[in-house]
Design a protein around this ligand. Structure first.
Ligand SMILES: *Cc1c(COP(=O)(O)O)cnc(C)c1O
Length: 465
């Protein structure tokens, strides 16, 4: 394999290896890290990948981007990462009514973030033991990311994790998922305050560089390239499966989007296939900045509205800068200009020429909460299949843009994680799958702390590894 180096979207860093990229997270010039090139698969390569089981496909895809970890080690990391999934296909794709559903919720926390975070946990453990270092991961969560990160890190050597959540303000299922993890290296901090308070505390602690370095604080946020990379695999997996069954060489994917992470992975897969994915459907809830971007060239910030698909209640999509880099012809100077303009004016506008290129990549629809509930209801009536509210946003948009090509809708969470929304739509709660059963009887590990950065700092000092 040709060596792969990594660059910043803002052009201000010396090229990095994959390992450095994983441990760096955000580039030092404030940009996001990208591979210096996205490989395009030849017809022979596609043929060789087409029938592989998920883990083998993941290993082969990673090999293009990970040229500084020995093959046997990479293979072992992949196998360990996906051993926790309960479906033999890891991310099975099933035909339901007029669309295909790509089920990404068979990991330990029943949401798609497991696909990336199960891999990232093993990768971190491997890289830290190689360097003889330790890391304390610190983060704030309003739900999904926190539990997926905790399950990625639990029981790993040289790693501990401190996750802050707003006490009494995350859904009961999500609170239980987090606090019933009792491993010695996992610390759940329930903060007497809001999610914004939690985030402000985390930000403040990271900005104290002395503290950050002394306790080797790390993050697992969605800008880490390894997370994007892990997600590229299931697009290729679903593409190969569905085109095989349908006998059609071109598909569309519909992706419920928040931070632009998942759909950016789709964009990478689309470039690798060069032709197999006609367009990606970018589905948003009422927080529609990305839909306004695709449909009107208007990327302007508005207030975040809370919805029944909370993991998509985002306005500034942290991975968007990666797409801008390609839209601006891989020119880091233009990315830098745009990002500083956006920081000042809270908006970006695009030319007709740029917009026509955006629309060659994406179709987009914003779906209201009412339409989301109606989609859950109608889809159930037609197919007996229960959608979670995030998936329903994607399915609604997928149905709107369906043509003769197969439409593959990403199912990003199991419906049992969002029983309130499902019950509003259907009048009953979804059946509880095995991993969520009996959670409320399990022992818990959580400390209740005031929304005071000094108290949280002291807790970390006393418990960091
Ligand atoms: C995080 C999340 C999303 C949004 O994913 P992005 O990568 O932020 O676009 C969608 N659905 C669920 C269930 C999620 O947890």
């Amino acid at each position: 394999m040709r060596e792969m180096r990594y660059i910043s979207t803002r052009g201000g860093i010396a090229p990095l290896s994959f390992k450095e990229t994983v441990l760096t997270g955000l580039a030092e010039d404030g940009g996001l890290i990208l591979p210096e090139r996205i490989p395009v698969l030849s017809a022979e390569e596609k043929k060789a990948l087409r029938d592989l089981p998920y883990q083998d496909l993941a290993f082969k895809v990673f090999q293009y981007f990970v040229t500084d970890i020995p093959e046997e080690d990479l293979q072992r990391l992949v196998n360990k990462a996906y051993a926790t999934f309960t479906h033999p296909d890891i991310t099975p794709v099933v035909k339901k009514g007029p669309v295909w559903i790509l089920e990404l919720f068979h990991g330990p926390t029943l949401a798609f973030k497991d696909v990336a975070l199960q891999f990232l946990g093993h990768l971190f453990e491997y890289l830290l033991s190689e360097r003889g270092e330790k890391m304390n991961i610190l983060g704030a969560t309003s739900g999904d990311t926190g539990s997926a990160a905790i399950y990625g890190v639990r029981g790993k050597k040289n790693l501990a994790i401190f996750i802050l959540h707003p006490h009494g303000r995350v859904s009961p299922v999500q609170a239980l998922q987090m606090t019933t993890v009792t491993d010695p290296n996992v610390f759940n901090l329930a903060i007497k305050g809001t999610f914004d308070d939690c985030q402000a505390i985390v930000k403040l602690l990271f900005s104290d560089l002395e503290f950050k370095h002394r306790y080797r604080l790390g993050a697992v946020n969605s800008i880490n390239w390894a997370r994007v990379l892990a997600q590229v695999v299931y697009y290729l997996f679903a593409y190969f499966r569905v085109t095989e069954v349908e006998g059609i060489e071109e598909v569309r994917f519909s992706v419920p989007t928040g931070n632009f992470g998942d759909i950016f992975a789709g964009y990478v897969a689309r470039r690798m296939l060069s032709g197999g994915i006609e367009r990606l459907v970018l589905a948003t809830n009422e927080n529609d900045i990305l839909t306004r971007f695709v449909n009107h060239g208007d990327y302007s910030l508005r207030e975040v509205v809370p919805t029944i698909s909370p993991s998509m209640d985002i306005q500034v999509a942290s991975n968007f800068e990666r797409y801008l880099y390609y839209l601006y012809g891989e020119n880091p100077i233009r990315v830098r200009e745009a990002m500083s303009r956006f920081a000042e004016e809270k908006r970006l506008v695009f030319s007709e020429e740029e917009l026509s290129r955006v629309r060659a990549d994406f179709l987009s629809l914003s779906v209201s909460q009412e339409e989301t509930l109606r989609t859950i209801r109608e889809f159930y009536e037609e197919t007996s299949y229960i959608l979670d509210p995030h998936t329903a946003v994607g399915v609604r948009a997928g149905l709107a843009f369906r043509d003769e090509r197969p439409m593959i809708c990403l199912a990003t969470a199991h419906p049992a994680k969002f029983p309130e929304a499902v019950s509003r739509a259907l009048g009953f709660e979804p059946p509880i799958p095995e991993p969520l059963q009996g959670l409320s009887e399990k022992p818990r590990k959580v400390v209740l702390l005031p929304a005071d950065p000094q108290v949280v700092r002291r807790f970390i000092e006393e418990n960091a590894i």
